[in-house]
Each structure stands twice: as structure tokens, then as C-alpha cells.
Design a protein around this ligand. Sequence first.
Ligand SMILES: [Mn+2]
Length: 216
Amino acid sequence: MKKYKNCIAVIGDIHGCIKELTELYEKLSEFDVPVYSVGDFIDRGEHSQEVIDFMVEKKIKAVTGNHEAWFLEAMTEDVERFKNWIHCGGGPTLRSYVSNLEGLTVKGYRDIMIKTGHYDFIASLPMKFEINNVFISHAGKVEGGDDASLYFNYREPEKIKGKLQVFGHKPKDNLVYEKGWYANVDTGCVYGNALTAVIVDTVNGEIVDQVAVGSY
Ligand SMILES: [Mn+2]
């Protein structure tokens, strides 16, 4: 059994892919390290409800992705924001909770999300985690960026001295790792590619292993 001291696992964008998450988690359990998600675990894929149930059960810690932020905006009963969320991949999430959409109101859906505890789960996510020398956010910290840019930007990540940034958000064909700078762990699982996790040594901020399910 592999044992890594002072390490954590960080999983890329899950987007409702429960099968891949379950398989990946099983592989990660041999490392016996805390597991983190870079956010965007809901939307686009069909099993967002199951994904959140699984994350709660396994105590997977997550930061807010733009999809979680858009979900929370949709729940404010601003119809335009609700429509925007549905348009941007929220439809499958909604249908993972409600099979018959007839007569469903935004308030009715929000009540369901509150009852399952999933509204609170999403609403209580932080924007970032800093664990020793690892900085986790959804889209990466950028020079001069505000809080919202932590979950939505397509700019080059800032070099934070002595730290490794780990983020997702920008799907790539393979894990992108720039040692001493950043790792992009979004390998586009929901687009038929792989779901990837990295094992990071939090003391020196280096990736010591990577695990993936599905194919690159
Ligand atoms: Mn994203």
C-alpha cells in the first residue's frame, strides 16, 4: 500500500459524472489522504444529486466553481438567472432531483434543494483552500483578480512564491503541470475524456502521483 505523508488528493471538474467519481475515489482510497474537489461538480452531466450525496458521505471538501455560483444565483428567484443556469448546464442537475417538471416553480425547486441539504452544502463552500503550500481554487488565482475571479477567469494563473496552485475550469486533454507554479486538473470528464486527481505533497507543493479513470 502506497503511503504519502502530508499529502492531499485533488479531483478535477466532476460535472455530475457519478460513475467516474466512484471509480476514482476507490482508487484514491489506497492513498489514505484527504480528498478535495476543485468545484464544478454539478451541471452538464446527469447525476449531480448522486455526486453531492457521495461527496457528503465521503467528506470530500470542495471549493465553489462557477456552476455552483450560477446555481446559487438561480435559486434567488430571479427568473433570468434561473434561465441562464438551465442554459449553462443546469438542466440535467434539475432533472436529477425532479423527474416531473410540470408546474415546478423556482421556489418549489429551491425547497427541494433545501430539504435534501444540498442547497446548504453548495452555499457553504469556500472560494479557496490554502493547505500549507497548496492553493486550491476553481479557476486559479490571477494577478489583480477579485474574489469572483477565483471561480471564473480564463487568464494565466499568478505565480505565488513557494506555492502550487491547483485548479480546474479549463478542460484540457491531459493534466497540465507546471512545477512550482500550477496544475490544471480538469481533463474534461463530462466531455467523454478522463476524470483526474493529483496527489500533492502540501509541504513542498509538488505533485507526487496522479490517478485517472476514463480515457485521455
Ligand atoms: Mn468552471
